[in-house]
Design a protein around this ligand. Structure first.
Ligand SMILES: [Zn+2]
Ligand SMILES: [Zn+2]
Length: 499
């Protein structure tokens, strides 16, 4: 255990010093695939929830899905006719792929599945249901009655002018269905009258047929849901931003205390160009949790303080994170503790080895276990279960995210090898085959490459190349010692003699 107290424990202690039961809010708009950057909000909340629970407090995460937000523009992944839906609430737009009840649901549902896989329990609130059922009505009435005061706060805190006739409420136009194009012209305490700038319609609307603007919606939901803690992105935290205005609106308009804020930084995705360019979009969380074990996805975020920027590389860079996780796992580490989902037990087989052994064994579990046993691992039920689970991820990761130079296939017979071997290379392979001892482990085999290369008089780099050519028909491959011991001495001896 490190001497430095984990950030989640520091925050949990601060919260618990004031309250022993809290509701933590999170909010994400399902306007497109929900990605790793969005997940930071959920995992920041969940790390704090766990820390509070462990310390004897009570914490609940409320996830408010902003299903009533308007579609801001036609995103590149949307067909042309979606131009017509811009400005309409996401919950009232058809699913672009036709598989769910509406647009919001299409992106929300896979994200909820991901939360389940990642072990993040949430109480789900869909914004459109909250408005339509009247949960917002009381706060909406107050906001409409005090609109001039709110406008004053917005102007004072954000430093920007509030336009003439501004209203905190956006009714949905009964004619064209848009909610960001209506202008409120009056309020009689029950209904608002409006005119639509988009279609010219003039009408009346009650308070369940529309939505508060974001800067008022946010403090309103703090009050409605009794929120005490909320992580949010740094855009909301900027001076004069929506948290600053929200704080004052909460206290001065709604008479409530704003939640304890936890500001987090962005996550950038780097790595394989193909992944970024594929659809011009980020990797959806739902896809990521198919390819990486949940504890690794959690660890990527939980190991960094919320205020630290994360550069995430799902390609080769991921292996460094996995190494770090495995090392920390075996040494007892708070970030690891807060990342593990259910009772996952890691064996001593590194993920890197599973990539090599899996490819040699063509992902056959029994063969993999045989090789691991030959490499000195004690095969018991725990190891079996662990290897079976992580082998699946190793395979998927290799197929989807790994750079090509980590992929290989062992040629089954000499005939499949097209590479040409020089006399030096042939002499090296022969001499190496003859020097092989039955009980040589990875380290001994690695040393043997150097010894035989020197004896035969070729450079080690050439010797390694000859090995890879003889087995994979390529000039590079995984670290030779572990690779050869995984293949088994008999196979290596026979193949090298054949060359
Ligand atoms: Zn769908
Ligand atoms: Zn209209």
């Amino acid at each position: 255990m490190s001497d430095i107290i984990h950030w989640a424990d520091v925050i949990a202690d601060r919260i618990l010093s004031e309250k022993d039961s809290v509701r933590i809010a999170t909010g994400i708009t399902p306007s497109g695939h929900i990605h790793l950057g969005n997940l930071r909000e959920m995992l920041t909340a969940d790390a704090i929830r766990r820390a509070i629970d462990e310390k004897g407090g009570k914490a609940e995460i409320v996830y408010i899905a902003d299903t009533f937000d308007p579609l801001r523009k036609r995103y590149p992944f949307l067909p042309e006719e979606y131009e017509n839906y811009v400005g309409m609430p996401l919950s009232r737009i058809p699913d672009p792929e036709g598989c769910h009840g509406n647009y919001a649901e299409h992106f929300l549902q896979p994200f909820l599945e991901s939360l389940d896989i990642l072990g993040i329990p949430v109480t789900l609130k869909k914004a459109h249901e909250m408005y339509e059922s009247g949960e917002y009505a009381e706060k909406t009435r107050i906001a409409l009655e005090k609109k001039d005061e709110i406008a004053g706060i917005l102007k004072e805190v954000s430093g920007r002018d509030v336009e003439e006739g501004w209203s905190p409420f956006m009714p949905v136009c009964k004619n064209c269905g848009r909610l960001n194009s209506t202008r409120v012209t009056g309020f009689d305490g029950e209904k608002v009258s409006y005119v639509c700038k988009s279609c010219g319609h003039e009408g009346e609307s009650d308070l369940t047929e529309g939505k508060l603007v974001w800067r008022v919606d946010w403090p309103a939901r703090w009050g409605i849901l009794g929120i005490n803690v909320e992580p949010f992105g740094k855009d909301h935290a900027a001076a004069g931003g929506s948290y600053d205005t929200g704080k004052r609106i909460a206290r001065e308009i709604f008479g409530i205390e704003p939640p304890f804020p936890i500001v987090y930084e962005w996550i950038n995705l780097k790595g394989k160009g193909a992944m970024k360019s594929s659809k011009g979009i980020v990797v959806p969380v739902r896809e990521m949790v198919e390819i990486l074990p949940p504890e690794i996805v959690r660890y990527i975020i939980i190991r960094s303080k919320p205020e630290r920027h994360i550069e995430f590389d799902p390609g080769i860079g991921l292996l460094d994170v996995v190494d770090e996780f495995e090392n920390a796992y075996h040494h007892g580490d708070r970030s690891v503790e807060l990342s593990l989902v259910e009772n996952v037990v890691y064996s001593d087989v590194p993920f890197r080895h599973l990539l090599v052994v899996g490819q040699i064994a063509e992902w056959d579990l029994e063969k993999v276990l045989e090789i691991l046993e030959r490499n000195g691992h004690k095969i018991d039920e725990d190891l079996r279960r662990d290897v079976e689970r992580r082998l699946r991820y190793a395979r998927k990761w290799l197929e989807k995210y790994a750079p090509d130079n980590l992929k290989f296939s062992v040629k089954k017979s000499r005939d499949e090898i097209k590479s040409v071997f020089s006399d030096d290379e042939k002499r090296f392979l022969n001499e190496f085959a003859e020097s092989l001892g039955d009980n040589m482990d990875a380290e001994k085999l690695h040393k043997l490459v150097y010894e035989v290369a020197q004896k035969v008089g070729i450079k080690p780099a050439k010797a390694f190349q000859a090995i890879y050519k003889a087995i994979l028909d390529t000039k590079h491959g995984p670290r030779a010692g572990y690779f050869l011991s995984s293949l088994g001495v008999d196979f290596v001896r026979k193949r090298f003699m054949e060359i």
